[in-house]
Each structure stands twice: as structure tokens, then as C-alpha cells.
Design a protein. Structure first.
Length: 103
């Protein structure tokens, strides 16, 4: 039903609970994403808890993309006192992109 109601993509939540960076992608999440291949026609992306390039790559092997929010916000907060904080956040995003290119 969700697949039929969307026009763009399906946002899959990787964990129950509140948003925020975690470490690792749960095996149950990966199984859930693999099962979606049989039922969802639209692209589906996963978010919530994607906190590292390794997490992004692991999740993306089983979906069409990842959404990273809290981890980017955390990098901003950790580097805000640094005059080059935009560069630091950019490096993190570049690391995510590099990890996803191999998927």
C-alpha cells in the first residue's frame, strides 16, 4: 500500500525508537531491507542510525540509498568551534560518498 501511495521513494526506518547515530546496522534491518525487494517497486532508502561510512555501505547493499541526518548534525556540533567546520563536515560527507561508490 505504501509503495502505491508514493511518487518518489519509500523512507525505511532502520530502527525502532528515536533518531540518532548508532553503531552498526542490525541484522534484522538488513533482513527487512532484503525482504522489501520482493514487495516494493519504488526506490527505497533507509535512515535513522546511519552514523558512519561503513554503516552507509552495509545498508546500501540492501536498498537504493541512505539518509544521514543525526551523524551530519553531530559532526557540525563537534566542529563548530573550528573555523573550518564546514570543511570537516564536508570530509565526513565525502567519506560517506566514497563508501557508497563501491556498493
Amino acid at each position: 500500500m505504501i509503495d502505491n501511495l508514493t511518487h518518489d521513494f519509500v523512507y525505511c526506518v532502520s530502527v525502532t525508537g528515536v533518531t540518532g547515530a548508532r553503531h552498526g546496522v542490525a541484522a534484522a534491518t538488513l533482513s527487512f531491507l532484503q525482504a522489501l525487494k520482493q514487495t516494493v517497486q519504488r526506490p527505497y532508502l533507509v535512515g535513522f542510525g546511519i552514523s558512519s561510512p561503513e554503516d552507509a555501505a552495509a545498508a546500501c547493499r540492501n536498498c537504493h540509498g541512505v539518509i544521514v541526518g543525526s551523524a551530519v548534525a553531530r559532526h557540525i556540533a563537534l566542529n563548530l568551534d573550528n573555523k573550518k567546520y564546514v570543511d570537516k563536515v564536508g570530509e565526513f560527507v565525502a567519506d560517506l560518498k566514497k563508501a557508497l561508490r563501491g556498493v
